[in-house]
Design a binder for this molecule. Structure first.
Ligand code: PEP
Ligand code: MG
Length: 518
């Protein structure tokens, strides 16, 4: 049986299947009618088995990973947590998993109330809680399992926090039931250069020990679990300078979210999008200005003397940040996200802007900043004045809301450049959630509606004499890059692995051919 989804990162591999377990559901609280002592007696052994498994894993790794696992093992075996959960079983007849859930919840509330370093530990207690609850319920612990051999990862969807730190030598391919071509699973797979299929309905139910994944055709079928992974094809050769066959310059820049991304992208002409929120996906409190300065400098360091565009925090929707949580919303993609969070918390924006300016000075980069999710010229002006007050000379905004594309000329009057976020722009133009498999086919940057908006923005840029870049995934498509250039786009920013392919594709065409394609 073969399933079809949307292929988002090319290549064909086969290997054993490892399922990423989604978040645990809150355990049932209905009262236990049987022996309460026997129910309470399950908690200690479950906690010990979790602690033992974590200690085993700690012994097999070194460095920071080892100390994190050792500390988590100690927490799992904490007699205070076990005793408090046992008490809840005896006093309130709660089932053991529910008792652990509530006891851990009390610990987490106390840690969060204590503030500072202890707030961060609440996330560790939640991890221990989930592991003990899973052990008591006979389930695998949630999250990406520790891989020890090359495997195909299968999930309903993967959040950026799940995928940070995935090892491309152990992940043969990614397959998700949800997600679209611009979901973070897709972006990550392309960044790691591993095959991926998203929007593959039914893959979690597919029988068999393994899977064959064809990221070019978008198909997935069962296999005997043997690893078949052809050597990765040689990348096209590119000399590191973005230009067409006739010499017309198009800067080719990198999208980065971490210091390791930046090191991998050092051949790029600069950074076109630094997703700063990726530094803080698991932070539970706002990082201090000096911690931000250090973190940003670590990312910018390989780019001394080169242009970099740092985007201020794009929190919310597909990239939630715990310390900027805006509460439940019926439509998070249409809610308080990106720059909108800063309207409520301008102090957070101001601290970030001054940390970015300091990190740029520390590393000698040629700094620009830009804001995500800008809807109007007034919002662009608001951001620009705060960025300039922080001493930042070059200020831009992302164009990823259709209203902003339609009013690009007004926005360009307020800022020095714009960068098209085609991932979100497609989501809003086609009214198709970028995380939802069922509408993935609509999120196609080759669609004329999206390209017409790109053309309008590029025209406004040319009239204003200001640069118009593309930093969404459309820029990483070698077939689309010449079209974007033909529409008038002046720079393209993409994950490091895509640079050579796009660079080589541009070398094969001149500006007249790009315009004809557009
Ligand atoms: C975009 O929306 O195209 C973009 C580049 O930003 P992100 O993918 O981080 O939302
Ligand atoms: Mg976006």
């Amino acid at each position: 049986m073969q399933l079809s989804g949307v292929g988002v990162s090319p290549g064909r591999v086969a290997g054993p299947r490892v399922v990423v377990v989604a978040d645990l559901r809150e355990p049932d609280a209905s009262a236990v009618s049987g022996d309460l002592e026997a129910e309470a007696g399950k908690i200690g052994p479950a906690a010990e088995s979790v602690a033992a498994a974590l200690s085993d894993r700690a012994r097999s790794v070194s460095g920071d990973a080892r100390s994190v696992l050792e500390t988590t093992a100690v927490m799992a075996a904490d007699p205070a947590l076990v005793a408090s959960a046992e008490r809840l079983v005896r006093d309130r007849s709660l089932p053991a998993p529910r008792a652990v859930w509530e006891a851990a919840g009390e610990f987490m509330t106390a840690l969060q109330a204590a503030g500072g370093y202890l707030t961060e530990r609440a996330a560790d207690v939640a991890d221990v809680r989930d592991r003990i609850v899973a052990a008591l319920s006979g389930l695998a612990p949630p999250g990406v399992p520790e891989l020890t051999s090359p495997s195909v990862l299968v999930a309903r969807d993967l959040a950026p926090a799940d995928t940070a730190g995935l090892d491309p030598d152990l992940v043969l391919a990614l397959v998700t039931e949800e997600g679209g071509p611009t979901s973070h699973t897709a972006i990550l797979a392309r960044a790691l250069g591993i095959p991926a299929v998203v929007a593959c309905s039914g893959v979690l139910g597919l029988a068999g020990p393994g899977l064959v994944v064809d990221g070019s055709a978008g198909t997935v079928s069962p296999s005997d679990g043997r690893v078949v992974a052809p050597a990765r094809t040689a990348r096209p050769v590119w000399d590191g300078v973005g230009r067409l066959a006739d010499g017309h310059r198009v800067k080719l820049l990198a999208n980065v979210g971490s210091a390791s991304d930046a090191r991998a992208a050092a051949a790029a002409e600069g950074i076109g999008l630094f997703r700063t929120e990726f530094c803080y996906l698991s932070a539970t409190s706002e990082p201090t200005e000096s911690a931000q300065r250090t973190a940003y400098a670590a990312v910018l360091a390989p780019f001394g003397g080169k242009p970099v565009v740092v985007r201020t925090l794009d929190a919310g929707s597909d990239k939630p940040l715990a310390f900027l949580e805006m509460g439940a919303e019926p439509n998070p993609a249409l809610g308080v996200r990106g720059l909108r969070v800063a309207f409520d918390r301008p102090d957070v924006l101001d601290r970030q802007l001054s940390a970015i300016a300091a990190a740029a000075a520390d590393t000698g980069v040629e700094l620009s900043v830009m804001a995500p999710m800008v809807a109007t010229a007034a919002e662009a002006a608001w951001f620009a004045s705060r960025a300039r007050a922080a001493g930042i000379a070059r200020v831009g905004v992302m164009i990823e809301i259709p209203a902003a594309a339609l009013c690009a000329a007004d926005i360009l009057a307020e800022v020095d450049f714009v960068s098209l976020g085609t991932n979100d722009l497609a989501q809003y133009v086609f009214a198709a959630d970028r995380q939802l498999g069922a509408v993935a086919a609509l999120n196609d940057p080759h669609q004329p509606a999206l390209l017409r908006l790109v053309g309008m923005v590029a025209e406004a840029g040319a009239a204003a004499g200001k640069p118009v870049g593309v930093c969404g995934e459309a820029a990483a498509d070698p077939a689309l890059a010449p079209v974007l250039v033909g529409l008038g786009v002046t720079s393209l920013s993409m994950n490091a692995v895509a640079l050579a392919g796009v660079g080589a594709a541009l070398r094969a065409v001149d500006l007249a051919a790009c315009r004809a394609l557009a």
